[in-house]
Ligand binder design. Structure first.
Ligand SMILES: [Zn+2]
Length: 149
């Protein structure tokens, strides 16, 4: 099925955000230390699931994770939760957990996603990037220009 423009815009926002998180965390898994440099796929993994819309794009809720740890998180969330609490404290964890318990579908306008895309686009464009990241940013820019002309 062909993706709608709205879906493509959502995907683009996530891809900018995800690349920023991975850049921030040096393309290294915060849990086990596997890194892109060592040949591992690094993803941006949510502590509290992505579906909790109020914190989907909260930088404190998303960290570089290797695909193995990200997958493990689905079945053993305690591992990532423990790490999070050790770094950011029980209070923030409880706050995020409450948001998950009281999660509701929040309808967002186009502007919401565009603002987030713009923020991370600019952060990436002004950051010192590796060759790998430069390639990624160039391809994101092409998509951005197509979706927001
Ligand atoms: Zn890992």
């Amino acid at each position: 099925m062909k993706k709608s423009k709205v879906t493509k815009r959502h995907d683009l926002t996530w891809d900018y955000f995800s690349l920023w998180i991975r850049h921030r965390d040096n393309h290294t898994c915060v849990l086990c230390g596997n890194s892109l440099e060592d040949g591992f796929i690094i993803q941006a993994g949510h502590v509290i699931p992505r579906g909790v819309s109020r914190i989907t794009y909260d930088e404190r809720n998303v960290y570089g994770q290797c695909a193995i740890c990200n997958q493990t998180h689905k079945y053993y969330p305690q591992y990532y939760f423990k790490w999070f609490i050790a770094h950011y404290g029980q209070e923030l964890f409880n706050d995020f957990s409450d948001k998950e318990k009281n999660n509701a579908i929040v309808k967002r306008g186009v502007g919401y996603y565009r603002d987030i895309a713009d923020k991370y686009k600019e952060l990436l464009e002004t950051a010192e990037l590796t060759e790998y990241e430069k390639v990624k940013v160039t391809s994101l820019e092409k998509r951005y220009n197509k979706l927001y002309d």
